[in-house]
Design a protein around this ligand. Structure first.
Ligand SMILES: CSC[C@H]1O[C@H](OP(=O)(O)O)[C@H](O)[C@@H]1O
Ligand SMILES: Nc1ncnc2[nH]cnc12
Length: 364
């Protein structure tokens, strides 16, 4: 039986950055429909197989500057079924050198900058602690639900406020269609029969419809907290913990961008009782290093599936990558008239920047 070894060192990144990008263009003239948000251990996508086309300095937005430059990359799926290159935007959530704590991430600027590039579909990657025995370190979990356990310390967590009020439904913070495509791409019946051709490693699994609890951080949870999260009587139960699902997922929902979160389990948090080692950064990074190849393979497989979706989509089909969410939140806004109020005027300007004049005028 094959065995896997866990590196003992605690390297700081899992995926080797692409070759020097200083000579790449700083602008990109086309719309980019798909974004990947990299988290802990995934601060760049390697070349090959991802080819950098441009590196956009963090663009200013009405909500500040994003966490990192946005790298525009092209990916050509290896499968004979599709050879059309797919262009994506990549953003490193914690900054290129992982300098931002979860509470410091400028999530509104990140989402707004991606929206401005034409992004309609975004996939976040996140290192998570497992709160269930069956979610082993190195397993992947497609998020289906989230519990916000942050403490209100994060900067404003909505695009609405400061002059314009909007209440966007959050019943489904993760896009079901996109999450389904992602789960199938990583765990198709054929792959399951072949025992995981997408994700490698003895017994590595992909779990669907996971529920993540997002804590404030930067400290990990105490043992008592970890046990409390496990005891919440939810159905399905909370099965993993991170520090960055919120407000990212909620802001993408507000921005009418389909969003899915792929969680990569790196530890058993601290619930397992005295005598068991609680989570540490060494533990997280050790598993993320081992996960590096799987993270890269996961991005490739998901893009390949999205590429197939795009080839089949028509204007009318409301496909996964299409404009199907555009206008869906317009009715959530309580009123976009300024009535001469300076604060409201500014708020309307910001929303016009984000959604466009037609949206603000109610024409979409
Ligand atoms: C270094 S472990 C804690 C850190 O890992 C996760 O980051 P991300 O979601 O960006 O992958 C977690 O949310 C914490 O921010
Ligand atoms: N145990 C944990 N708690 C919060 N965030 C994490 N990211 C990875 N492991 C984590």
């Amino acid at each position: 039986m094959a065995t896997t070894t866990i590196p003992t060192a605690a390297p700081t990144s899992t995926i080797t950055p692409s070759p020097p990008t200083t000579t790449l263009p700083k602008t990109y003239p086309h719309q980019i429909p798909i974004a990947i948000i990299g988290g802990t251990g995934l601060s760049a996508l390697p070349s090959p197989p991802f080819t950098p086309l441009a590196i956009l300095p963090p663009p200013p937005t009405p909500w500040g500057t994003p966490s990192s430059p946005i790298t525009v990359l092209s990916y050509t799926p290896p499968s004979p079924s599709s050879t059309t290159p797919i262009t994506i935007a990549f953003l490193a959530r914690h900054g290129p050198q992982h300098n931002l704590t979860p509470s410091e991430i400028p999530s509104r600027a990140n989402v707004a900058a991606l929206k401005k590039l034409g992004v309609r579909v975004a996939i976040g990657f996140s290192a998570v602690g497992s709160l269930r025995e069956e979610v082993k370190p190195r397993d992947f979990v497609v998020a289906g639900g989230v519990v916000d356990w942050t403490k209100g310390l994060r900067g404003a967590c909505s695009f609405f406020g400061d002059g314009v009020v909007g209440h966007v439904g959050m019943g489904e913070p993760f896009d079901r269609k996109l999450s389904g495509v992602m789960y199938d791409a990583l765990s198709s019946p054929a792959d399951r029969e072949k025992k995981q051709v997408v994700l490698q490693g003895e017994g590595v699994k992909v779990h669907d419809k996971g529920v993540v609890i997002c804590i404030e951080g930067p400290q990990f949870s105490t043992r008592s907290e970890s046990q409390l999260y496990r005891s919440f009587p939810l159905d399905p139960p909370i099965n993993c913990v991170n520090m960055s699902a919120v407000p990212e997922c909620k802001l993408f929902r507000e921005a009418e961008i389909a969003y899915a979160l792929l969680c990569m389990s790196t530890d058993y948090d601290s619930w397992r009782g005295e005598g068991e080692e609680g989570v540490s950064v060494e533990m997280v990074m050790g598993h993320m290093v081992a996960n590096g190849e799987n993270a890269k393979r996961a991005v490739g497989a998901i893009l390949e599936a999205l590429g197939r979706e795009m080839e089949m989509e028509t204007e009318a089909s409301k496909g996964v990558v299409g404009e199907r969410l555009r206008g869906t939140n317009r009715g959530a806004v309580m009123g976009l008239g300024s009535g001469g109020d300076a604060k409201a005027v500014e708020a309307v300007e910001r929303l016009t920047w984000l959604f466009g004049k037609e949206w603000v005028d109610g024409k979409v």
